[in-house]
Design a protein around this ligand. Structure first.
Ligand SMILES: NC(=O)c1ccc[n+]([C@@H]2O[C@H](COP(=O)([O-])OP(=O)(O)OC[C@H]3O[C@@H](n4cnc5c(N)ncnc54)[C@H](OP(=O)(O)O)[C@@H]3O)[C@@H](O)[C@H]2O)c1
Length: 332
């Protein structure tokens, strides 16, 4: 039976490379790509079919920053499929990124330079805003939209003959210090991206606790530093291109400088081939590339407090309840 794989954020960067590499692994799978609108869905489908002309690729429109769109997409998926084997929760945003060049310069002179260059700790901030649903946009798109999608797809993910899998694209920028339970949408700070990725890690841990016995497993991955539309918003493309020889050099020391989307999805593809029962739910799987360009995966223990994770999950459930009340007309 062909496996059914749903990928969000498939239109470019990590997501598009992931679709292509998954089809290289298994040309028989049914790939359903979730993109923001009809035009992006069709363009992305054509780009994938150009490399894999006989692949089964379907599309679903979803704007992960819009709760009504998520509920509609979930309803459509429930009508179309009776199970999902893999859901790659990959779409993400980092709006209005600012680099603190002073902190970057100071960091270059300290012993923590590699840590700074691989996690962006202390050198990156973002300006967030409220979306149309009244939620902080980064939290809503990167985490809560995906959380709602998963919960709405529960019937397709739980109780199947074989385990189903959730694979979240997190980041090594996920940091406990950027996250707070009392401001979990990160309305008050300037590190909404880091907070949303830490929240992703917490959510994945609790999803395992709640759903493993129903055959649903969740993992988090970090693609490393990848050149994509997201990074091209941090610095202009020409600057990245100028910096590229330096980055190849840094890669000899910083293995998470995967640099290309193809390399960046190594961990996503590796997980596709693993039995979930043997994975550690407290580990993040990092895509890595050696200085000579060999790709591999490194498992690193996550810095998560399981008690905080549980409390945060309760808050997500409360927010979900509010949402469902508001959009009851979109439920079955
Ligand atoms: N690049 C890196 O160095 C890096 C490092 C660590 C983690 N990540 C994570 O990797 C994931 C993919 O990022 P990327 O580097 O491939 O960036 P990207 O090229 O900007 O891709 C982001 C994807 O998310 C989609 N997306 C954004 N907002 C959406 C929304 N509201 N609804 C539906 N789809 C939406 C985009 O669709 P549109 O085309 O419609 O905008 C695009 O397909 C993200 O979760 C990111 O946080 C990236």
């Amino acid at each position: 039976m062909a496996r059914v794989v749903l990928v969000t954020g498939a239109s470019g960067g990590v997501g598009l490379a992931l679709c292509r590499r998954l089809l290289e692994e298994d040309g028989r799978l049914h790939l359903c790509i979730a993109c923001r609108n009809e035009q992006t869905c069709e363009n992305t489908r054509e780009r994938i079919l150009a490399y894999h002309p006989s692949a089964q690729v379907s599309t679903v429109e979803v704007d992960l920053g819009n709760l009504a769109s998520i509920l509609r997409a979930a309803r459509e998926l429930r009508c179309r499929f009776n199970r999902l084997d893999f859901v790659y929760l990959n779409a993400g945003i980092m709006p209005n990124p600012h680099v603190n060049f002073k902190a970057l310069w100071r960091g270059l002179l300290t012993g923590k330079v590699l840590h700074m260059l691989t996690t962006a700790e202390g050198i990156m901030t973002q300006t967030d805003r409220l979306n149309g649903d009244g939620l902080q946009e980064v939290f809503a798109t990167n985490l809560f939209g995906h959380f709602m999608l998963v919960r709405q797809l529960q019937a397709l993910l739980c109780g199947n003959e074989k385990p189903s899998r959730l694979i979240w694209t997190s980041s090594s920028n996920a940091r406990e210090s950027a996250f707070s339970l009392s401001d979990y949408q990160h309305a008050k700070g300037q590190e909404s991206y880091s907070s949303s990725k830490y929240a992703t890690d917490l959510t994945s841990v609790v999803l395992n606790r709640k759903y493993n016995d129903q055959g649903l497993y969740s993992s988090v991955v970090c693609p490393g530093l990848v050149m994509s539309n997201m990074t091209y918003r941090i610095l202009p493309i020409f600057l990245w291109k100028l910096l590229m020889p330096l980055m190849w050099l840094i890669r000899f020391f910083a293995k998470t400088y995967t640099l290309t989307p193809y390399n960046g999805v190594e961990a996503h593809v590796w997980l596709f081939k693993q039995k979930p029962e043997y994975l550690d739910c407290l580990v993040k799987y990092h895509s890595c590339t050696t200085g000579l360009g060999r790709c591999y995966v490194e498992a690193r223990k996550m810095d998560v407090d399981e008690d905080v994770a549980e409390k945060f999950f309760q808050k997500l459930l409360e927010l979900e309840e509010e949402t469902l009340e508001k959009y009851s007309d979109l439920l079955d």
